[in-house]
Design a protein around this ligand. Structure first.
Ligand code: NAP
Ligand code: MG
Length: 510
């Protein structure tokens, strides 16, 4: 079977047929097939008038805006409109950025009293807080995530990270009792597109708190909030060169990793690129942390509070369109409650609102890029071909932009691609188990080991199960909850090293 791209072919609504792209980007069900909602919310579009975007963004190096030879467009994936042009950092631009970071490290930052460093980081947090609405709107426009989420998750968590690590700057001796630690030097940091500002905060805040300077590269599709952050850094009066912000593609990232003067590399992204970076840094003496992909098990026991678990499933897989490394993308349901869970999940999908990310009522926004949309479609088609049973929300989708209907597969076998590969989209794979030990065995049957969830009303079962799961982050009776004081990171092919919490300081000291 083939993925239909013209959106004209007739398709079933029961999910047993080929996947329909519904014009530009839709999922299996055509717009005309949708169930009519009993009542509609009025639109509540977030105002964009207060947003200040430049037409063109230069690189932020040494506290100045530096032109590059090449620029590329960043678009709004919900409308396909160009938002701005951004500079492409070449190898020589990366060299400039690293040298400016090294100079700032040698001359200023490593010598500054920790308490003073803390004040700068605190100031960054305060200014982000003042501009929180602008940050949220730009994050939503550049990346496609719903404004509800950028306002309540991305921006508050990002600034909370700055506040949190501002507090650690002058207390490192308490973080490492009995050990005298020092900073490393220039940290090269590379982040993905799913949580741009938040990932930048996870990386910049602890690096600065420990006395390092930074060269950070945004992902190709989402550079704008990082350049907004550069404006904040200017406003906070950070000494020039302490934080250098650049944009580009994989080649730019590789130049940061390969630069002899970056002493520490912090990477968040795919396992595939993580492996390349590991090979590239082997034998160089560079300190490395890798935050990579995931295929988390969200385990629902028969004694779980089912309605709460349904919300946990929804939040686990449809939050941020499923572009979440720790997404609960493999649902493991105890066989005795499978029917009721699937029934309730189908019902819940009827009220999950997909559409304009700037609409405050939207739950699921746009897929980040056309490339990612194609990858999701390809894996969904593989699920159909391998015999799993697909179900998709019957919601309406916008005509323009990259959207995909919230989808789940039941009758998934362990051997299916959709049970093993990270889809990184709003697509859930449902598997079943009979006994707690089978649940643990299936949950751990993955190359990844980033996160997991357990739903049960028995406290002892929570502890017994969680202690056996090979995952860096575990949640019980909730999902996708984050806090700057709580470390985050993986096992196995999900990477190594921790970000967040006291443990997050470890990566930035020797
Ligand atoms: P990706 O393709 O690995 O890209 C991540 C970043 O690395 C981007 O900035 C990318 O640049 C850059 N890059 C690409 N090739 C590179 C190379 N050879 N050397 C250095 N840098 C290179 O991943 P993605 O598709 O953007 O992000 C999705 C992945 O990130 C998923 O697998 C997800 O699970 C993972 N993720 C993990 C965590 C975590 O904490 N564990 C958090 C979020 C996301 P361009 O974008 O400019 O090409
Ligand atoms: Mg964009």
């Amino acid at each position: 079977m083939k993925i239909l791209t013209d959106g004209k072919k007739k398709l079933n609504t029961n999910g047993k047929s080929d996947i329909n792209t519904g014009g530009r980007s839709n999922g299996l069900i055509k717009n005309s097939d949708k169930a009519k909602p009993k009542w509609e919310y009025s639109k509540s579009i977030e105002d964009k008038k207060h947003i200040k975007l430049k037409d063109k963004y230069d690189l932020f190096i040494g506290g100045k805006w530096v032109k590059s030879k090449k620029y590329f467009n960043t678009i709004n994936p919900a409308t396909e409109e160009v938002l701005a042009q951004v500079a492409y950092a070449s190898d020589s631009d990366v060299d400039k950025a690293v040298r400016s970071a090294e100079k700032a490290y040698d001359k200023v930052w490593s010598k500054m009293a920790p308490k003073e460093r803390g004040k700068y980081i605190f100031r960054i947090a305060r200014i982000i807080q003042e501009k929180a609405r602008e940050f949220a709107v730009i994050e939503t426009m550049d990346g496609g995530k719903s404004i509800k989420e950028s306002k309540t998750v991305d921006v508050p968590l990002a600034l909370a990270h700055f506040f949190y690590y501002a507090g650690w700057a002058d207390k490192l001796k308490y973080a490492f009792p009995g050990r005298k630690v020092s900073s490393i030097g220039v940290a090269g940091q590379i982040i993905p597109w799913n949580f741009p500002l938040l990932m930048a905060a996870w990386k910049i805040a602890p690096a600065l708190a420990c006395g390092n300077t930074v060269v950070i590269k945004s992902a190709e599709t989402t550079p704008l909030t990082l350049y907004k952050l550069a404006e904040v850094i200017e406003e906070a009066g950070l000494p020039e060169g302490v934080v250098n912000i650049i944009s580009g593609d994989g080649k730019t990232g590789a130049a940061i990793v390969g630069h002899p003067k970056t002493k520490k590399i912090a990477f968040t992204g795919s396992t595939e690129v993580g492996k390349i970076i590991m090979r590239q840094t082997a034998g160089t003496g560079k300190k490395l942390t890798l935050e990579l992909g995931g295929k988390a098990a969200n385990i629902i026991f028969e004694d779980a509070p089912i309605d709460a678990a349904i919300e946990g499933i929804i939040n686990g897989i449809y939050f941020n369109q499923g572009h979440v490394c720790c997404a609960g993308s493999r649902l493991l349901v105890q066989e005795s409650v499978k029917e009721i869970v699937i029934k309730k999940l189908k019902h819940r999908l009827t009220s999950l609102r997909v559409g304009d990310p700037l609409d405050k009522n939207t739950d699921v926004g746009a897929i980040n890029s056309l490339m990612q949309l194609e990858k999701i479609k390809e894996l969904v088609q593989a699920g159909i071909n391998e015999g799993a049973e697909i179900y998709q929300s019957k919601c309406d989708l916008p005509e323009r932009g990259y959207f995909f209907r919230p989808t789940f597969f039941s009758e998934v076998a362990q051997s299916h691609r959709i049970a093993n590969e990270e889809i990184f989209g709003p697509v859930l794979s449902i598997l079943t188990f009979r006994t707690p030990s089978e649940a643990v065995e299936k949950a751990n049957n993955t190359f990844y080991g980033l996160s997991a969830g357990v739903w049960t009303d028995k406290g002892s079962k929570i502890f017994k199960t969680l202690s056996k799961l090979r995952a860096g982050v575990v949640w019980s009776n909730t999902y996708n909850k984050f806090n700057p004081a709580s470390p985050f990171g993986g096992y196995k092919e999900s990477g190594f090293g921790r970000e967040g919490g006291r443990q997050g300081l470890d990566a930035y000291v020797v």
